[in-house]
Write a protein that binds this ligand. Sequence first.
Ligand SMILES: Cc1cc2nc3c(=O)[nH]c(=O)nc-3n(C[C@H](O)[C@H](O)[C@H](O)COP(=O)(O)OP(=O)(O)OC[C@H]3O[C@@H](n4cnc5c(N)ncnc54)[C@H](O)[C@@H]3O)c2cc1C
Length: 336
Amino acid sequence: MKIHQNVSLADKNTLCLDARAEWYCEVFTVDALLEAAEFALNHKLKVTSLGEGSNIVLAANLAGLVIKNRIPGVTCDAEVVHAAGGENWHRLVRSTVGSGLFGLENLALIPGTVGAAPVQNIGAYGVELSDRFISLKAIHLPTLEQKTFAKAECEFAYRDSLFKKNDEWLITEVSLALSKISECVTTYPGIVAYLKEHRLDISGESIAEAVSHIRAEKLPDPSRVPNVGSFFKNPVLEAERAEAVAKAFPDLVQFDVTGGKKLSAAWLIDQMGLKGYRVGRFVVSDKHALVIINEGGGTQLELFELVRVVKQKVKHTVGIDLEIEPRIYPDGFEIP
Ligand SMILES: Cc1cc2nc3c(=O)[nH]c(=O)nc-3n(C[C@H](O)[C@H](O)[C@H](O)COP(=O)(O)OP(=O)(O)OC[C@H]3O[C@@H](n4cnc5c(N)ncnc54)[C@H](O)[C@@H]3O)c2cc1C
């Protein structure tokens, strides 16, 4: 395993932002990961864990050591699947569905690695990772302790977990409980409509196909069009406040959640007339208002200005502070 100095991360994040890592390495085994973590300890370097870079915004250069997890391997023990952290998530979904195991089909085509999936408890179309989760293995970077976390210890919540709050753990393996018996979740009307239109019976494969089709229509493919998916979180308001907003915007798109109402950030941004709005090479997608696209060579300053305009317009018109969904690096960096 080689540790390199002053490495560009432009091709290692799906927004293609150009920032450099002071130190950088890719690890393919747990032993190499331990070696890299020890190097960081000895040189007093902060470690940043990296997967496929599909949920990060590189706002500036990163001090310390960036470790890209590329540890491969999937094993299956009856209906339990153990997948290494460096595996591609969608490839895992395809292989489990292809082997007749149900459970991950609704999570098809989510970009990124298996190791990053628990960090924000990835979810889509009525299913979250935590619904299928048994345990994970992780390494505590400051002490090199190796630990297995049971589900209850992971503090899973909506797009959240212990590992989002505490980045001292690097996840090396995830174990999931799948099923040979169909327990498909078809609550999302688009899935049912797709199956009907294409005369498909309900199966893991047909649902994964429907989900992939719906996603590809709505979201740009980050391997061809640089983006990080939803750039802003859907704001959650107390019911009373949401009602006041709904009075001013009768068509407001909102959903019941515990503690109030979740508003569609995409709808809000669309209402501000910001679809297609651009600053330099960054543009709000005209397909989906939550997605910001780098048309190539976009700079951090252009992105920050675009984000400022979107946030300011929504705040000024609706009084809501939109929060950014992907993790911003370096830690503690505030977009001006
Ligand atoms: C087009 C598009 C659509 C998306 N759709 C969805 C969706 O439907 N649902 C959803 O939930 N998300 C979605 N996302 C977000 C993204 O796919 C997930 O967050 C994914 O899990 C990120 O994986 P990654 O390997 O790219 O992580 P990275 O972007 O590399 O890292 C994300 C965070 O996880 C940490 N991390 C990475 N690997 C590890 C590890 N092994 N151990 C500990 N911490 C680690 C990083 O330090 C960072 O804080 C979408 C993104 C895109 C671009």
